[in-house]
Design a binder for this molecule. Structure first.
Ligand code: KIV
Length: 277
């Protein structure tokens, strides 16, 4: 019997010290296999803007697109807790719109949403979402949707003061009702300090070994997204080479007439052959 991962499961994992595994997925079959592999949380990350849609930045992604990808992933992941990223500007401008957009992702099959930052407005969004029945994961440290104001892809929390500020933001998110926090590109000592001073779990995305769990982008793990590999991601496969190999062999087979073969075609029955010839 499939035991679905819930918010309680995630909190208990933090308390028992069992590491939480989170991986992104953007389509039905990938989500299905990731789920079968036993991953605890599947993130429909807005990184799909780059990996699946080829945009230059996550900020280009719209709500309608996120709803479609969330629906596909939710159909595939039966056990894991599916968390959908709220796209840039789907929650920053207006409180009511933010709650409505979070609701649209839940209706598409998500079990939680993730949003970045901890300003007064964001804390209100978190509070209203949770009051409305939408579980929320926070995201602190390097927040990709603010890449333009942060001045580039830079490690955050590099001094005690900076780590303390992230901790205060994390505690405010915890108080507002977030059930977990992704820490991105933070030195592991700072992330450990933050994790130790929170009740809810932290999930590291380049924040070292002492968080309650880990998340990476599946295309980085598969070796599929070849434009760039973050220092903190680990490649477990070479899907680019695999796809290149399959597509090149198929191309040759088509050109040589080796594809399709006998077993890949439909044939007329014997009695019809005379009519057609
Ligand atoms: O968009 C994303 O994939 C993320 C990361 C935390 C992996 O937010």
């Amino acid at each position: 019997m499939l035991k679905k991962v819930t918010l309680n499961t995630i909190q208990k994992m933090k308390e028992s010290g069992e590491k939480i595994s989170m991986l992104t997925a953007y389509d039905y079959s990938t989500a299905k296999y990731i789920d079968e592999a036993g991953i605890d949380m599947v993130l429909v990350g807005d990184s799909l803007a780059m990996t699946a849609l080829g945009y230059d930045t996550t900020c280009a992604l719209g709500m309608e697109e996120m709803v479609i990808f969330t629906r596909a992933v939710a159909k595939g992941a039966k056990r894991a807790l599916v968390t959908a990223d709220m796209p840039f500007m789907s929650y920053q401008a207006d409180l009511a719109q933010a709650v409505q957009n979070a609701g649209a992702l839940m209706k598409a099959g998500a079990g939680a949403v993730k949003l970045e930052g901890a300003s007064e407005h964001i804390l209100q969004v978190v509070q209203r979402c949770v009051q409305s029945g939408v579980p929320v994961v926070g995201h602190l440290g390097f927040t990709p949707q603010s890449v333009n104001t942060l001045g580039g892809y830079t490690v955050q929390g590099k001094s005690f003061e900076a780590a303390q500020l992230i901790l205060e933001q994390a505690q405010a998110l915890e108080k507002a009702g977030a059930f977990a926090i992704v820490l991105e590109m933070v030195p592991e000592e700072s992330a450990e300090y933050i994790t130790k001073n929170l009740r809810i779990p932290t999930i590291s995305c380049g924040a070292g070994r002492h968080c309650s769990g880990q998340v990476i982008v599946c295309d980085d793990m598969f070796g599929k997204y070849s434009e760039f590999k973050p220092k903190f991601a680990r490649r477990y496969g070479d899907m680019r080479a695999f796809i290149l190999d399959c597509a090149s062999r198929y191309n040759s087979d088509v050109k040589n007439g080796d594809f399709p073969g006998d077993e890949e075609v439909f044939r007329l029955e014997e009695k019809e052959l005379n009519n057609i010839r």
